[in-house]
Design a protein around this ligand. Structure first.
Ligand code: ADP
Ligand code: MG
Length: 339
């Protein structure tokens, strides 16, 4: 007898779930991204105990049909990709069809959802990745996902979760990132029944920065923009009076997706070398729009990293646009507020 065995399905699913779901904030990220992909205008995130015991995300988006609901929690089930070619042209935030499967394998999930055309809503209970009950309910158009008791079936993982406060800080960090980048959608973040953040839809980016990051940051920003062919760079960067002791106020979005990219961050920071103190970091909120075909977002399950086909060109554009905008001999279009 050999010693290699095939793992059973439940074990396989729990291992796979661990790649995407590390902590409550990972769930919040996936649920909000699904709400955004479903064309929502209003998203409410409610969190108890740092998200360890309770997470509820309510949206007013497209909703899920009865038939789709049975599939939505299966692994590799997605409405966002249909052929392999689509993976080179991704415009939605999700596409791996893994999040709901993973979440429902490591916590207790309930969903309420209604599409525009259906008469009533559906309430479903999902256990170990399977829809175990479904009934009709009255509810408005949109989807509510309730996620309880994270890692109830993975005691070791549960032990690795930090205090409620630390977990909540991770949650608020991701909500702030998504709220800042999606200024056409209103966000509300509620922590143990207390409203922590509220943005409105139909905002401009700068009003959103004002609401989320505060007036002191907003008034020290310079607006930048560059456009060539199908490449656009827009947003706000700090002037020489605004810097932080860490990188927590650096926000970069590519095709509306929040992205971590050290090469871009380095290129931006280099432009500030001679104008802000050493070991201090500029603040920025930048949006890049580019042909999704020149971008690979499929390199990590959480999709926060990208690879560019023409990285050098992208870096050159960013560096020179920022250099020109910071140049004191140019007229700097500073942001002003009345009060
Ligand atoms: P992905 O987002 O990669 O497609 P998910 O597991 O996150 O995979 O979701 C599976 C499917 O469930 C989505 O493709 C979508 O059709 C549906 N879905 C999930 N959340 C929502 C939501 N809030 N509103 C509408 N549809 C949703
Ligand atoms: Mg998703």
């Amino acid at each position: 007898m050999g010693k290699i065995k095939l793992l059973d399905n439940l074990t396989i699913q729990k291992i796979a779930a661990g790649e995407v779901i590390e902590r409550p904030a990972s769930i919040v990220k996936e649920l909000i991204e699904n709400s955004l992909d479903a064309n929502s205008s209003n998203i409410v995130v409610e969190i108890n105990n740092g998200g360890k015991s309770y997470i509820r995300v309510t949206d007013d988006g497209d909703g899920i049909t009865d038939d789709d609901l049975d599939l939505a929690f299966e692994r590799h089930s997605t409405s966002k990709l249909s052929t392999i070619d689509d993976i080179y042209n991704i415009i939605s935030l999700g596409f791996r069809g893994e999040a709901l499967a993973s979440i429902s394998n490591v916590s207790k999930v309930q969903v309420m959802t209604k599409t525009k055309d259906s008469l009533g809503g559906i309430h479903a209970v999902i256990e170990e990745g399977k829809v175990v009950s479904k009934d009709t309910v009255g509810c408005p158009k949109g989807t509510t996902m309730i996620v309880k008791d994270l890692f109830y079936n993975l005691p070791v993982r549960k032990k690795f979760l930090k205090s409620d406060l630390v977990e909540f800080n991770h949650v608020s960090d991701i909500v702030y990132k998504l709220a800042l980048g999606n200024y056409n959608t209103s966000f509300k973040l509620i922590k143990d029944n207390k409203v922590i953040l509220k943005t409105s839809n139909n905002n401009s980016l700068i009003t959103n920065i004002y609401t989320i990051l505060g007036k002191d940051i907003a008034k020290n920003l310079i607006s930048i923009s560059f456009e060539k062919d199908d490449f656009k760079l827009n947003g706000y960067i700090s002037n020489n009076n605004l810097y932080r002791s860490n990188r927590s106020h650096q926000y970069l979005y590519i095709n509306n997706r929040y992205i971590n990219n050290n090469i871009i961050t380095d290129a931006i920071e280099r432009q500030y070398k001679s104008i802000i103190p050493i070991n201090r970091f500029p603040v920025f909120t930048l949006f890049i729009e580019m042909n999704p075909g020149n971008l690979d977002v499929n390199i990590h399950p959480t999709k926060q990293e990208v690879k560019f086909v023409n990285q050098e060109e992208v870096i050159n554009i960013i560096s020179s646009t920022i250099r020109d905008s910071l140049n004191p001999s140019l007229v700097i279009p500073r942001v002003t507020f009345d009060n």
